[in-house]
Write a protein that binds this ligand. Structure first.
Ligand code: 2U9
Length: 390
């Protein structure tokens, strides 16, 4: 006979008989009787909890509920009828107390969290929390044959991944990473970078001001200034990090976004070094088929300056398409030779050293490389989006 059947008949048999028939006349006898019932209850709960699949477990629980808590012939009900009513007056309070405790244990045990398995804390457990305090030790046994609970493994965020992929390419060229504060003085964010008082970027339409001398940095360029203050050339650094602009959100703009900027300063650095470095980087990041194009541009901190385009990743610059606006080229980043005026802020000898700098928006690179069409997806934490980057 299965143990559940045996214990089932034992419990039902016990409560069918009166206390007198069972030979129970005092408090210790009563205690032993209820302890036996309690053990039987937990055995049955334990067996039901191990039933599989879920439907079988639910059915087993339901039949236990009827058996123990059923209004007409449940075990708890029978105790009231067959033990409590006819018990000597002095035993009635103790019976009432133990009966209530047993009912509560049955109710708690039948809640769906009564199972053998791993709790949220990661600790192996048996039974509901309420039932654990007085549960017999046998029920605590760990059943190693039960299937384990699968833990959801997280994924690297696509922006982290893009920053890592960019960084690894520059590490291979001998660059290291520098970081700095998100909240900056206007000196490091503007003055030291040749951005004059009346430049539109300084307007509070474009920049978040904490106070008149403090801003949320609008680019990571202040970190290059801070690094040059600390260190004489040679310098080869990349600076990944957050930047903030007073922009209305849409599919390509967000008030907080990420940049990776770079700086190389040494003797004899030329525009050819800049072109070779960025061409190498873009081929390594997007693939060897990519061609690059440098167009003259202007930035306050570089002279000469250029915008860098890559041949369209989608039509290969052959036909033109919607993504490259029929031009065959995609505008990607900005760069230039560091304006020698900047060196005076950091005590570099402009007659001895020259350098180049570049800046790119990480979201833009990630959108193109991973085929993401809305920048907002990076910031919404939607697992349906994030899990695609496994
Ligand atoms: C120092 C000297 C020069 C950093 C540079 C750019 C060009 C550039 C944009 C790309 C897309 C910003 O995220 S974006 O909107 N950046 O075009 N950035 S040169 O030049 C520096 C920086 C620091 C001391």
């Amino acid at each position: 006979m299965e143990s559940s059947n045996r214990s089932a008949s034992d419990a039902a048999d016990l409560v069918e008989r009166s206390l007198e028939e069972l030979g129970v006349r005092d408090a210790p006898g009563l205690e032993a009787l209820f302890t036996q019932l309690q053990r039987l209850l937990h055995e049955e709960l334990g067996e039901a909890s191990q039933k599989s699949p879920d439907t079988a477990r639910q059915e087993a629980r339901e039949s236990l509920r009827v058996r123990w808590l059923g209004r007409k012939q449940g075990i708890v009900r029978s105790i009231t009828e067959n033990w409590l009513r006819s018990a000597p007056v002095e035993l009635k309070p103790a019976i009432g107390q133990r009966l209530n405790a047993l009912r509560e244990e049955a109710e708690n045990g039948l809640k769906s969290n009564y199972r053998v398995g791993i709790a949220d804390t990661g600790v192996y457990t048996t039974g509901s929390i309420a039932a654990q305090s007085s549960r017999p030790a046998a029920v605590d046994a760990l059943d190693i044959t039960l299937p384990g609970r699968r833990r959801v493994v997280g994924v690297e965020h696509p922006l982290r991944r893009a920053i890592r992929e960019i960084s690894e390419i520059f590490f291979s060229l001998g660059y290291s990473v520098e970081e700095g504060p998100d909240i900056e003085s206007t000196y490091y964010n503007f003055e030291a970078l040749n951005i004059p008082e009346d430049h539109p970027a300084r307007d509070d339409q474009d920049t978040f001001y904490v106070d008149p001398q403090t801003v949320l940095r609008t680019h990571t360029s202040p970190v290059q200034i801070r690094t040059m203050e600390k260190q004489q050339p040679p310098v080869r650094i990349i600076v990944p990090g957050r930047a903030f602009r007073h922009d209305a959100p849409d599919a390509t703009h967000a008030a907080m976004f990420h940049q990776v900027e770079g700086l190389a300063v040494d003797s004899n650095i030329t525009f050819a070094d800049l072109k070779g470095t960025l061409d190498y980087f873009l081929k390594a990041f997007f693939g060897p088929q990519v061609r690059t194009r440098f167009r003259p541009s202007f930035f306050p901190f570089t002279e000469p300056s250029a915008e860098v385009d890559i041949s369209c990743l989608f039509c290969g610059a052959a036909t033109g398409c919607r993504i490259c606006k029929q031009s065959g080229w995609i505008e990607l980043l900005g760069c230039g030779m560091v304006d020698p005026a900047l060196y005076s802020h950091v005590h570099y000898d402009a007659s001895k050293y020259s350098g180049f700098a570049f800046g790119m928006g990480v979201e833009r690179l990630a959108m193109l490389k991973y085929g993401v069409q809305d920048i907002q997806l990076f910031f919404q934490g939607d697992l349906r989006f994030l899990h695609q980057f496994r």
